[in-house]
Write a protein that binds this ligand. Structure first.
Ligand SMILES: *Cc1c(COP(=O)(O)O)cnc(C)c1O
Length: 359
């Protein structure tokens, strides 16, 4: 077996210990006599898995009691339209911060349901900055303010929770959830696909404040309705049972690492090391303003584009995979989520230096 260092933006690297545990439990989970994927979602064994999943997430994020935690399907992308469908509550406008490709998608999918007011945009800097909060145009009559806490493609991350000026704050946290400490009580909704920092693809976590649900118009199908899903413990239909289990294992792994506070310190150190190596080189550069650099996704370009292909080929020969940047921005991107080890970061930095020297 030869496992590579996987810098994929998502689905992304798993903690190896979690894969090994899943392997051990593949044929029989505890003393259930069966694999998790064979269990009835309403049975006593799976009920335990589901209950631990929710309580571990509540503990890790210190989620207050007046928030529901849903585990849905359809990815973070489905939430782009479920959010306005569920929480406009009769209002006609919603505010959005546009800081990159994922913000743009959220905006596009909200438009059929409400007037989208783009409160601020960093399109003029090619999404390498976060607009100064003093310039944001926030409308008091809007139903909510939506933002993307980490732009996975552009490598731009909010370093603190924005001030929504009294509006419910809605956040696409897909690519930095559980990577840094946040105060959930400052949010109306937090949502995230699990395939970046929490497990495999196929589950979407939605953390929603009680007062925001129950206002969806009748035209919204039950399966998309947060209140209905909450009433049914996200089991209005058959949930992605095996994926819930895997997310649960990742959460237990994270608790064993010391939780979010500890992993945040680790993430700060990992990112600082990689950015320092990029900044010190004359071959590589990162286009994002320093104050808005992402700890999770580190895009970088080579000063000579013709070296891109040789760089990627040489990286793979060293066991460093998925470093190609998103097709929309080009260059390279190293995604270094919670599961990326120091050894992986060190191997990447060593390789980059060696490649630069060999030019
Ligand atoms: C990956 C990603 C998405 C899309 O997630 P899906 O689960 O594929 O729908 C949305 N937002 C952000 C910030 C992402 O990183």
């Amino acid at each position: 077996m030869s496992r590579v260092y996987n810098f994929s933006a998502g689905p992304s690297a798993f903690p190896q210990a979690v894969l090994q545990q899943a392997q051990q439990e593949m044929l029989e989970w505890r003393d259930s006599g069966m694999s998790v994927m064979e269990m009835s979602h309403r049975g006593k064994h799976f009920s335990l898995i589901a209950a631990e999943l929710e309580s571990d997430l509540r503990e890790l994020m210190a989620i207050p009691d007046n928030y529901k935690v849903l585990f849905l399907q359809g990815g973070a992308s489905a939430q782009f339209s479920f959010i306005p469908q569920n929480i406009l509550a009769g209002k006609t406008k919603a505010c959005y911060l546009n800081t990159g490709a994922w913000s743009e998608k959220a905006i596009k999918d909200a438009k059929p349901y409400c007037d989208v007011l783009v409160s601020a945009s960093s399109e003029d800097t090619k999404f390498t900055t976060i607009p100064d909060a003093a310039t944001w145009a926030i409308d008091n009559d809007a139903a909510y303010l939506h933002y993307t806490s980490n732009e996975t493609i552009h490598g731009v991350e909010f370093q603190s929770t924005p001030d929504a000026k009294g509006l419910p704050l809605v956040c696409d946290m897909s690519s930095n959830i559980l990577s840094r400490q946040i105060d959930v009580s400052q949010y109306g909704i937090i949502y995230a696909g699990t395939q970046k920092n929490m497990g495999p693809a196929g589950v979407t976590v939605v953390i929603v404040r009680d007062d925001l649900i129950g206002h969806a118009p009748k035209s919204v199908p039950s399966i998309f309705n947060y209140a209905e899903q909450a009433k049914n413990q996200s089991m209005l239909n058959t949930p992605a049972t095996y994926n819930w289990y895997l997310v649960g294992l990742v959460l237990k792994w994270l608790k064993a690492q010391g939780g979010v506070a500890a992993i945040e310190q680790h993430n700060i150190a990992k990112a600082a090391k990689l950015y320092a190596a990029i900044d010190a080189s004359s071959l590589y550069s990162n286009p994002v303003e320093i104050a808005s650099r992402s700890r999770m996704n580190v895009p970088f370009i080579l000063s000579d584009e013709s070296l891109d292909k040789p760089f990627l080929a040489a990286a793979e020969a060293k066991g460093l995979f998925e470093l190609k940047g998103h097709r929309s921005v080009g260059g390279m991107r190293a995604s270094i989520y919670n599961a990326m080890s120091d050894a992986g970061i060190d191997a990447l930095i060593d390789f980059m230096a060696e490649f630069e020297r060999s030019r």
